[in-house]
Design a protein around this ligand. Structure first.
Ligand SMILES: NC(=O)c1ccc[n+]([C@@H]2O[C@H](COP(=O)([O-])OP(=O)(O)OC[C@H]3O[C@@H](n4cnc5c(N)ncnc54)[C@H](OP(=O)(O)O)[C@@H]3O)[C@@H](O)[C@H]2O)c1
Length: 231
């Protein structure tokens, strides 16, 4: 695992809801909202603190929309803090294969794309993404360290990562995550292939990112776990 705690990069918080058996969707990878209204309010508060919201292309293809701040008090809070009305939506995609008919592209939000040279081909010179960050390693993968440094240079101080599991896995691998919020919801979805908060190749115990539990908070039947990456 690379240790990059010294690079100039945004603070990064992952926010996910999972089932009691640790799944973030069902085996069909359906678009699901199994969190309660308390969880939705929690998500809104987290998004409201961010300069940018980061999503993997897989999640965008399924959800099709941006999560926007809608509560008047949170919009007012952003105004007082000198933030843009809505956080910038930062999509991560190796392929750049995203349907431009998604509602996401009609929503009144700023959109940025982090991608490879191939992925950028379709989007450069178009209006859908305000910024197309082409950050590629010699092997054609996204260069996450470079991407995060560029995000800082573009004014991003705090990013909320809203999934999915492949994106979270990549960011953990490069030690780019500082905090994780997990809402444990009272249901079970099971399934070998149902996505979990962290997919990717996985870590051996000796390399497993370690966490410090900052807070546990229960509201009705849900438990809100707040972790900090322990370094
Ligand atoms: N419960 C929750 O809170 C929650 C939150 C979010 C998502 N979900 C669920 O999670 C599922 C999606 O998870 P997922 O793991 O499939 O999706 P994901 O991480 O959102 O998306 C995977 C895609 O994102 C891009 N990507 C991710 N990591 C990358 C990397 N290191 N380099 C380059 N591109 C990268 C790639 O896009 P390209 O294919 O375009 O190259 C990849 O195919 C859905 O079922 C969704 O509903 C649940």
């Amino acid at each position: 695992m690379n240790s990059v705690t010294t690079i100039n990069r945004p603070q990064t918080t992952v926010v996910l809801a999972m089932t009691a058996d640790g799944k973030i969707s069902d085996f069909k990878r359906s678009r699901l909202h199994f969190g309660s209204s308390s969880d939705l309010a929690h998500l809104q508060r987290q998004v409201a603190q961010a300069d940018g919201v980061m999503l993997g292309a897989g999640t965008l293809r399924i959800d099709g929309i941006a999560i926007r701040v809608t509560k008047p008090e949170l919009l007012e809070q952003r105004k007082q803090q000198g933030k843009l009305q809505q956080p910038i939506q930062i999509i991560c995609s190796r392929s750049g294969l995203i349907d431009d008919k998604l509602d996401f592209f009609r929503q009144p939000v700023s959109r940025w794309l982090i991608t490879t040279k191939v992925g950028a081909q379709h989007w450069q010179g178009r209006s859908e993404f305000e910024q197309v960050l082409v950050v590629e390693t010699p092997t054609g993968e996204i260069d996450w360290i470079n991407a995060f440094q560029q995000l800082t240079a573009l004014g991003m101080n705090h990013i909320s990562v809203l999934g999915g599991g492949e994106l979270v896995s990549s960011l953990l691998l490069f030690d780019l995550i500082d905090e994780i919020w997990l809402t444990v919801c009272p249901l079970i979805l099971g399934g070998f292939t149902a996505p979990t908060p962290v997919t990717g190749k996985g870590f051996l115990l000796s390399e497993a990112p370690r966490l410090e539990l900052l807070n546990v908070h229960r509201i009705d039947q849900e438990v809100f776990l707040h972790y900090r990456r322990q370094r």
